[in-house]
Every structure is written in C-alpha cells, then in structure tokens.
Ligand binder design. Structure first.
Ligand SMILES: C[S@@+](CC[C@H](N)C(=O)[O-])C[C@H]1O[C@@H](n2cnc3c(N)ncnc32)[C@H](O)[C@@H]1O
Length: 279
C-alpha cells in the first residue's frame, strides 16, 4: 500500500475530538489543531491524492461538502421504501423470481475467491442482503460506498447490531460510483449489487471502468442487476422503467457492456436477476 496521505476533515463538535485517539494502523492521525483530524492511515492509503474527505460521523466519510445529498435515495421516504419493500424476501421471490439468499452466496463466494486485501461494496445501500456476510468477515479492510447518506447510516447500524460495534477496518463512504475516489489497483474484491439497473448504458460503462480501475490484477468482482427475462414480471420492470425508477434492459445488452469494457465474465440469470462474476 502507498504512503498514507493526510486529509483534512471537517471540524466536529466541541469535546468530541477527545474520543478519537491515535491507535495502531487503524487509528487516527492528528493535525496540529485538536479539532481537525485526518482520516485513519489505512483508509488514506487507498484514497486518490486529490480527494478531500469530510467526516460525517464516526466511521462515515464523504467526498461531498457536509449536508450535500446527491443521492436520489435520500429524498423523503425513498430509503425507507427501498429498505422495507424492495429488500423484502417475498417481494423479490414473487416479483423477481429469485431468493435473496442468493446474494449472500454470491457475496461469500466473491470474498472467498480473493480471501485477502481490501473489499469494496459499490452502492452498498443499507446492506439489507449482505450485512451478515460482511459481519463475519470483519478481519478484512472494507469500504462500503454509496451516494445515499441515509442508506449508509442504515448499513452502519445493521453492522453495529450484528457485531456490537463497527470494526476499525470498516469504512462507510459517501461518494459516486462513477468517479470512485480511490487509487488504481487497490481492491481485491469489489461487490456491486443492484446498481447497474439504476444507470443508463453510458453510466454502466463508466461504473464498470471504475471497478476495473480500482481492482488489483488478480481481484474479482460480483455484480447483480435486474434484466428482462421473458417472465410476466417484465411488464412490471418496464412499468418501473417508464416511471424513471430504474432502467429495463435485456441480458444481451448488459453483457455487451461487459464485452465492450473487455471484461470477461460468467453469468447466471435467476428470474429477473443477473448474477455476474468477473475475475
Ligand atoms: C437498488 S439500490 C441497491 C442497494 C444495495 N446494493 C442492495 O442491493 O440492496 C441502488 C443503490 O445505488 C446507489 N447509487 C445510485 N447511483 C449511485 C452512484 N452514482 N454512486 C453511488 N451510489 C449510487 C443508491 O443510493 C442505492 O443505494
């Protein structure tokens, strides 16, 4: 890993700084002013040199000015509807024809096939499907990245409930999947569940390019996304697409994006969900 780069963080409330002390590799490095701190060394070592991170709250950092909410899931009610309805196991089984347990299997397989090094979850949302898997793997350094600060908070609280606290090597990052704030070749595992159906084709390619860029040469990636599948539910998929909630595309169109990015993948379609493995 490269030399740690100091990043200035926002000021936090009076007295709060004293709870963060410099400890080990995962601890905090201080600037001169007691109220201004840099990110933990371990995180700064993978962040691009031109990126400045703001501390939102313990464990959650942002590339945006504090209070900026570019994520559409931060609008009123959206994150709750997503977490309660869209992540419901019956909804997914009946509507989209797959078991949400398949996410855990895919995530676990991906973590096992590159068992060491940094893990990135791109557009982690609230970790509704995979918090349990990550909680069991807390020895690896991990970044959970999303554009929704509300969903990042839910993700953090899920992991906190499961593990009793947030491991020192787990970081939540409010940032853009289309412009990942990381140096190249730093992640051994990159998981991205259900982001691609939120993106137009040009942005799918940007997101894939970014995943390729930040993955090490021997790293692997696991990706899921909704696709058309000749089920009755294609009508619902197209209706959601019509309302602007997501993008409806064929698996051929999806796979052509991977081909164009010269990413050799294996894939499986269950119901309306494509499970894709790269690397
Ligand atoms: C359908 S949800 C999937 C969340 C989670 N991976 C899951 O499967 O439950 C899509 C997620 O993508 C995030 N997202 C959308 N566009 C993004 C972008 N450009 N950068 C980062 N996150 C983004 C949203 O905030 C949301 O959390």
């Amino acid at each position: 890993m490269g030399t740690p780069v100091p990043f200035k963080l926002m000021r936090i409330g009076p007295g709060e700084s004293s709870s963060y002390t410099d400890q080990s590799n995962y601890g905090w490095a201080r600037h001169g002013d007691a109220n201004i701190m840099s990110v933990p060394h371990i995180l700064s070592s993978i962040i691009s040199e031109d990126v400045r991170l703001n501390l939102v709250e313990p464990n959650i950092y942002s590339v945006y000015p504090i209070g900026d909410t570019p994520g559409s899931y931060d609008s009123i009610g959206a994150s709750t509807i997503y977490d309660v309805v869209a992540c419901n196991r019956f909804y997914n089984l009946i509507m989209w024809g797959y078991s949400i347990k398949d996410y855990a299997t895919l995530c676990k397989d991906s973590l096992v096939s590159s068992p060491e090094g940094w893990v990135l979850d791109v557009a982690c949302g609230s970790l509704a499907f995979t918090a349990g898997i990550y909680a069991d793997c807390s020895d690896r350094p991990m970044v959970f990245l999303d554009q929704s600060i509300k969903l990042l908070r839910k993700a953090k609280s899920r992991l906190e409930k499961l593990n009793g606290n947030i491991s020192k090597n787990m970081f939540f990052l409010h940032a853009d999947a289309l412009q990942l704030p990381f140096r190249a070749n730093v992640f051994h595992t990159a998981i991205s569940l259900n982001l691609l159906h939120c993106l137009c084709m040009a942005d799918v390619k940007r997101a894939l390019k970014e995943i390729q860029r930040v993955l090490t040469k021997r790293g692997n990636s696991a990706i899921t996304t909704l696709v058309q599948s000749s089920r009755w539910s294609d009508r619902y998929l197209n209706m959601l697409a019509g309302s602007g909630a997501l993008i409806s595309r064929s698996s051929d169109d999806l796979l052509s994006a991977f081909n164009e990015m010269q990413m050799q993948v294996t894939h499986e379609i269950k119901g309306n969900l494509a499970f894709i493995k790269y690397g």
